[in-house]
Design a protein around this ligand. Sequence first.
Ligand SMILES: Cc1ncc(COP(=O)(O)O)c(C=O)c1O
Length: 455
Amino acid sequence: MQSPLETSRIVLQDACRRADQYLDEIGMRRVAPSPESRSKLSAFDAPMPHEPGDPASTIALLDEVGSPATTATVGGRFFGLVVGGTLPAPLGARALASAWDQIVFNDVTSPVGTKLEKVASKWVLDILGLPETSSVGFVTGATMANFTCLAAARNTLLERQGWDVGKMGLWGAPPVRIVASRQVHVTVLKALRLLGFGTDRIEWVDCDTQGRLIAEQLPDCDDKTLILTQAGNVNSGACDPVADIVAKANGAWVHVDGAFGLWAAASPRLKSQLLGYEAADSWTTDGHKWLNTPYDCGIAICRHPTAIHNAMATQASYLEIGGDVAPKDMVPEFSRGARGVEVWAALHSLGKAGVADLIDRSCALARRFAAGLQDCGFEILNDVVLNQVVATLPDAEELSTDIARLVQESGEAWFGPTTWNGREAIRISVASWATVEADVDRTLRAIKKAVSDLN
Ligand SMILES: Cc1ncc(COP(=O)(O)O)c(C=O)c1O
């Protein structure tokens, strides 16, 4: 009779063999799964079994029915949203850490998880050029990172007015002014809704044609104001002029949503786009986008660790273990997995030069896309300053959605439509370490074919 953990080892070996085959075949697979693979997902629509079964057969079903119905985001030809692949070291770290099954709660539940998160935190601050005493919290994504930073901002701005929101809630609270770029990402608005601010009272600031907040149009601010900016517009990739914004902030809390764009700071060639961003109060970024860690991994960074701690800490007599600040007291989650281990693995395996190369390479591939699209008659609607390309056919903008659909259906690549400055367009985001020039060229051929099929 097998011991319980012997069974785990056998199942894990089988799962690794299947995962290996999946990665081996990814280049030959369609990017969006075929309609047939999707329809076979109905095999999962079975009643829940009454009796335990063989775990190996659970994994076999998962692989045989599930793997063909994945979207091949780990390959090099997924250009939708802003989606990274998974670098080798973080992928291996994920597999090993899955066997560890650590709860990175505090130093007692995971000495290694806590240690690696501390090291990864230092390295993240170093490579992004942010103040070394900032707090770093590993959360599920930029959405939660925005939420975490803005919770700290809310509490601080209310505390400055003598209001303890942790105790008194928002009933009767003094107002907090919120000033935001018109191009702020939808997840920042979601964070505002979750934090009880809503969106009606936002004072919007216009942006230029690249989607950068126009600093001259900022209203007069004070130390009871929250200013929402971004590094890396989700369409154009443009970064707000944070230095100018901070200069006009007059004590306001400045937040930078740099879900992907903050990684431009790791490239000596691109860092100038983020001039002065290190003077902000809080920053959001993602591991799972441009750093290419596995999903899910967002990073909440704050110049004021005590503000994060005051917003996030939980106390109970049974929790008073370990002397240091516990990871659980710096993020919304209580129990959570070892996300920081994957960030550590990415940074350890790439080094500073490797991260810079990853960022520069994506931008070079975006420029290759732009040049190739121009050759096919497209107009490029944004300055391709980072990894984003927005393009349209000047005389047939209305074809954008159909072009994206036909390419998606072909299985050759995946990108989506968008609207930019009132114009219909296609939107391409290069964020995967796995993308090479041949992937761009193959996608361009698919676009050319879609255009000719539509004419
Ligand atoms: C600027 C920006 N902020 C926030 C997000 C949300 O990130 P996540 O999906 O990791 O929560 C995105 C996603 O593309 C983004 O581009």
